[in-house]
Design a protein around this ligand. Sequence first.
Ligand SMILES: *Cc1c(COP(=O)(O)O)cnc(C)c1O
Length: 402
Amino acid sequence: MSSLPDFAPMPDADGYFGPYGGQLVPPHLKQAMDDITAAYGRITQRQDFQDELAQLHADYVGRPSPIFHARRLSDQLGGAQIHLKREDLNHTGAHKINHCLGEALLARFMGKKKVIAETGAGQHGVALATACALVGIPCEIHMGQVDIEKEHPNVTKMRILGCTLVPVTRGAATLKEAVDSAFEEYLTNPGDYFYAIGSVVGPHPFPMMVRDFQSIVGREARQQFLDRHGRLPEMVVACVGGGSNAMGIFTAFLPDADVRLVGVEPSGEGVDKPGRHAATLSVGKPGEIHGMKCYVLENPDGTPAAVHSIASGLDYPGVGPQHSYLKDLGRVDYQSVTDRECLDAFMTLSRVEGIIPALESAHAVAWAMREAPGLPADRHILVNLSGRGDKDADYVAQVLGL
Ligand SMILES: *Cc1c(COP(=O)(O)O)cnc(C)c1O
């Protein structure tokens, strides 16, 4: 592990993390992406941009988020100490505000007239509509009609926040169609519009940019842990959908070869059941999706496979290109937990610590709960608690008959 590459400059100038990433887009779009890359490099160096972002982190998001030592949970498990990086305490209740704020601010500094995005369950849509309301830039969110009917609270929030919600009725009227619709709108005027991607995925520079905006999580956590304990945790754990909260906490720890980094994917109803999991890195293979090379879950004919997770933020058949490379390098260990284990962790954390986690985040908690009992009590596991579970409470109560 001592001969690890220097991770900081990744990706290369073409947006590659080893063999993954890149810009697999048509030529006219490549120009638009290159313009964003150049503007990103220029603007994020500016003192006024950095000052405004730092101020908003402190006064608006509520950063730094604390690290909480889950003593009762650790004692009950009888092993390693579990600590939670409380991204659930951010304004809007999850880590997504970190990159949405960065993207909205960048769009304003670039003089863009509108920010466009798609949303599935509505989490990205709400975080982006929030950031755009704050920054003062029009926001247009495309959402499948089927999802609009399912995700009522998020739809209402987006309307209140003043974004333009575009219902997409074509095809299956879910996330895929919303992506197509949002992209078509973006392509009508890439010079004036900004497409805000919701994770460390898509063509360069998005995997880099979203990672950089999220990396505040790990920079804070590493320093907070050193200040409190005088040492680093043995393990840092995060759930992986597209991979933004995981890259957010991992990045600062990449050079710390002694810190084991664990990404937790959803194995849903079991990795042996095609279409009933979303364990892309665990059982997928290198391929292409959404303008990038990365691990992909595919059907035998090469189309993206159907995916499932009890946590709607994790059911994506691709994954960030940097995660794909970190897996091949062996620097991050990718594991998976089932819907069942996730529900158990959701209930346990709620009842033992009084913290209701997002179902996504409960995957990382579940892995820590599986690992901790086999370790001595002087070992430390740091879990990125990416979001709060208010959005999932009704659903879990219904599933468990509470
Ligand atoms: C969206 C979401 C995720 C999954 O996205 P990543 O890009 O993998 O981080 C995880 N946790 C919460 C709370 C989310 O809202």
